[in-house]
Design a protein around this ligand. Structure first.
Ligand code: ADP
Length: 234
């Protein structure tokens, strides 16, 4: 329809602008990081106070560059496409866990796993890992008072096509139906300045590009399940 056409043109335009801005931000950030490293090595971390200040600046620069990377990836996903390989889903889940371990510990969250998938999936490993980390971090954010994170992988057919389903389930705040409709929209976030609203949008793009899907199912107040489904690698 005309409306969809206008919408996709608008999104393309946003993508172009976003990519341009992100590229522009990247350079000064890299220079700042370089300067910081120099000052740091000249002054040394000779007092605890100075060391703390350096660490804070370092963290914030890192945060900006992560946001910029996300923006670029959203705007130009094709430039970020990597090698596609066959994987055992459970292995990729295991590789993702060290990246979120500190959040699990801090949040008093119990981890439960069940891996029965025997089929292999086809996807860039870093990208699949990124999708899982996004989902796990969101799940942890949804359980500020602790809870259980359940990760499952199993063989599952969809519309007669063989594949693997990976489930990320939390016992967190849940998502109301009106929010659920928008969670995959780019820049949609309920986390104000702490969120970019790009995690789920990028994740869905990455999974869909492999012929798979990313869906959500939630009971407000009880928890949420995000399901990645990928076709079997043959
Ligand atoms: P961000 O995390 O930066 O906000 P995302 O695209 O990853 O961006 O998520 C968009 C929104 O979806 C979040 O702000 C939150 O409202 C909602 N959401 C995502 N995962 C969950 C979850 N497991 N439980 C509750 N809400 C969630």
């Amino acid at each position: 329809t005309t409306r969809q056409l206008i919408m996709s043109e608008k999104l393309a335009a946003i993508g172009e602008i976003t990519a341009g801005v992100a590229h522009e931000i990247n350079n000064p950030i890299a220079v700042m990081q370089g300067n910081l490293d120099v000052v740091r090595s000249v002054l040394g971390d000779h007092t605890a106070e100075v060391a703390t200040e350096f660490r804070l600046i370092d963290e914030q620069i890192h945060r900006i560059s992560q946001i910029v990377t996300k923006l670029l990836q959203f705007a130009k996903p094709e430039e970020y496409a990597g090698y596609i390989e066959r994987h055992v889903a459970a292995d990729v889940i295991s590789d993702s866990l060290p990246l979120v371990q500190h959040l699990l510990n801090k949040g008093a969250i119990a981890l439960f796993r069940e891996d029965t998938a025997e089929r292999l999936v086809l996807m860039n490993r870093t990208e699949l890992q990124q999708v899982l980390v996004n989902l796990i971090v969101n799940a942890i954010h949804a359980m500020p008072d602790g809870g259980t994170l359940t990760l499952k992988s199993r063989d599952e057919d969809r519309e007669g096509q063989r594949g693997v389903a990976i489930e990320v389930t939390d016992t967190g705040v849940g998502i109301s139906p009106d929010v659920l409709r928008r969670v995959f929209d780019p820049f949609f976030t309920t986390k104000r300045q702490r969120g970019t609203g790009l995690g789920l949008s990028i994740s869905q793009t990455l999974v869909t590009r492999q012929g798979g899907s990313l869906t959500a199912d939630s009971s407000p107040g009880a928890g949420t399940t995000f399901t990645v489904w990928l076709p079997e690698a043959d």
